[in-house]
Ligand binder design. Structure first.
Ligand code: BT5
Length: 250
């Protein structure tokens, strides 16, 4: 197993306000549940080496092999939780930026919560709300070998190691991710998604593809400043989709 992300390794590297307090465990059912304590302040981060009940959206599972992934949850307390679902895209951009900086490979975002490289899913994001808090769960596949990745995933999975053939330093990646998350969260607090739309557009893997989201089918277009996905139907009309499961191929 790679060196664990213990506080003595990670805390000295932290530069910003995210990651304080830093709550690490060797194993946990889900890092999402570590942050339920109402007294925790914004910026609290829970990290574990292994989740025994890691979760994705709508009751799905998030798999890991112990000591090979980044498994973290970040507690945010935005002043207005109405726009909180947009934080999924804010986190996805931060993850994509880190993955790209670390691997040199283009990382793209699949609305609303996946990060893909070459069509393979390297990271997923799960937002959960508790009263005035938003818990942003982020799973990044880092050092898994091909055999350690889930085989039956909805989208083929990859890790930074399977993509590059190199081991990555998880502590450095975690610290970089927290820095990028902080910078983008601050941008979002000041001006919403608008300043990030050009980058979202560039990284939007669905753009131009035929997709189905719930009842709606159409050609996926831009992501709006409210975080919606634009769908253009066969008759030329458009729908702005707020949330939902995307199936490609219509
Ligand atoms: C997600 O859900 O992609 C959100 C994943 C969030 C995980 C983090 S880890 C830290 C925090 N604590 C938690 O308990 N969760 C968060 P969704 O879009 O529903 O994708 C789930 C689907 O991705 C599964 O049904 C599988 O098909 C696939 N999958 C599972 N594990 C995977 C992995 N390690 N890599 C790629 N795909 C995976």
């Amino acid at each position: 197993m790679a060196e664990p992300l213990t506080p003595d390794r990670v805390e000295p590297l932290l530069r910003g306000r995210l990651g304080r307090p830093y709550l690490w465990s060797e194993a946990s059912p889900s890092t999402q549940d570590v942050l339920r304590d109402a007294d925790l302040t914004e910026g609290a981060v829970a990290v574990t080496e292994h989740q025994t009940a890691g979760r994705g959206r709508v009751g799905r599972r998030w798999e890991d092999a112990p000591g090979t992934a980044l498994l973290l949850s970040l507690l945010l307390r935005p002043p207005d939780t109405a726009g909180a679902p947009q934080l999924s895209l804010v986190c996805a951009l931060a993850v994509a930026e880190c993955v790209e900086a670390t691997t040199g490979l283009e990382a793209r975002v699949r609305w609303p919560n996946d990060v893909l490289v070459g069509g393979r899913k390297v990271a997923g994001i799960l937002l959960e709300g508790h009263e005035d808090a938003v818990v942003c769960g982020i799973g990044v596949n880092v050092s898994q070998t091909e055999a350690a990745l889930p085989r039956d995933a909805r989208t083929p999975a990859a890790s930074l190691r399977t993509l590059t053939g190199r081991e990555q330093d998880r502590a450095a990646l975690l610290v970089l991710l927290l820095e990028r998350l902080e910078s983008r969260y601050d941008t979002w607090l000041a001006g919403g998604l608008a300043p990030m739309l050009p980058e979202l557009d560039r990284r939007n893997v669905l753009r131009g593809r035929e997709v189905r989201v719930g009842e709606n089918t159409g050609s996926a277009g831009a992501i709006t400043e409210r975080g919606q996905l634009t769908l253009t139907h066969a008759d030329g009309t458009t729908t702005l989709v707020v949330s939902g499961e995307v199936t490609e191929g219509g």
